[in-house]
Ligand binder design. Sequence first.
Ligand code: DGL
Length: 271
Amino acid sequence: MKLDKNLAIGVFDSGVGGISTLSQLIYNLPNEKYIYYGDSKNAPYGLKDPKIVEKLSLDVGKKLIEKGVKSIVIACNTATSSAMDAFKRNFDIPIIGMEPAIKKAVELNKKGRIMVMATPVTLEGERFNRELNSLNPVPDIIKLPCRGLVEIIEEYGGGIEVENYLKKAFKDINVDEIGLIVLGCTHFIFIRDEIRRVLGKDIDMIDANKYTAMELKEILIEKDLINPNTSDFTEVKLINSSNEDKMIKLSKTLLEKELNRLEWEGNIKYI
Ligand code: DGL
């Protein structure tokens, strides 16, 4: 099947987390159109049975395919962990997944132990552990399964509620031994400042968004699917399964915040 270059890129997450990925996609590929689907009605994915996460993810994938997309970015570590293989079996377009950037973290880390913050499904998942155990030597990491944090970010975006959660989550962590934090959940990228404040230290953090954007760009080039559009704005359609205006508003606020952080100078047209 020959895909149309003018079609949008479908991006999805269990909620607003993948908006952080979307900001990197827009930054790196501003001439593409994007349809973002946040499944907030069913969030969090990270505490569900992986088979249920697979089904929920496939349902979203089908909706994106019906809307007409030339590629799908699974902007969710948890959904990638549970549904990547099923996506590849079911959909005949390029699928880009996302995993905690553990390999990159090992390359960059010079200062101490690596702490991976992610959902329980991701940290217990076969994909993550296969990747971890393929490294030689297998790094001595701290796994921090952050149960309940996604829900707080879905509700507040960030702020004091997140800090209160983190105070409890970090209470047994020895800050001085941590060299690098891997943000292995796309929601956690919005709360870097809260993490630094609660740890009381400017610890380096890494996530997979930039590498996911680079991977998408390479695949679009290789398959001759780069959108030839040269307009001076990026078209973005935001959809959220919760049907609450509040989730679309939060998505816009988070997207603009991340694009400002990247010092992106383009314009978005919400369609
Ligand atoms: N943003 C998702 C991730 O990267 C959160 C999953 C959830 O809903 O628990 O894993």
